[in-house]
Design a protein around this ligand. Sequence first.
Ligand SMILES: [Zn+2]
Length: 131
Amino acid sequence: MRKGPSETLIRATCQTCGDVELLVGDVQVLLCATTNEGTYAFRCPTCGLAVSKPADGRTIDVLIAAGVELLVWDLPAELDEHHAGPPISYDDLIDFHFLLESGAAEAAITNFRSERAAHPANGRRWGRARR
Ligand SMILES: [Zn+2]
């Protein structure tokens, strides 16, 4: 009797446990449509860790032919956004925390939005003195 796809064993390596055997349903192939880079992923049956490994085109073809599920995904559109101004710092977070505690948060957010709209490059000032 011929083995069905669900009975096909896939040998993979867990960085903690070494070689492990998986069923087709235990593995997923993830293909990024933007970069055309592929990985395969599984949860180690021994230690339970999630494992993800890069996969070249041939490996992806073999896994898909064996019946492994293929998931195609795109890089998030946020990566194409232009970001102006310095990154948010811990001081900014602390300032924002104090604003929330003071009850003036709603006014501060409104001010922040109008300043940001008027001066997008330096719109992170909420009216509190910088340290
Ligand atoms: Zn493991």
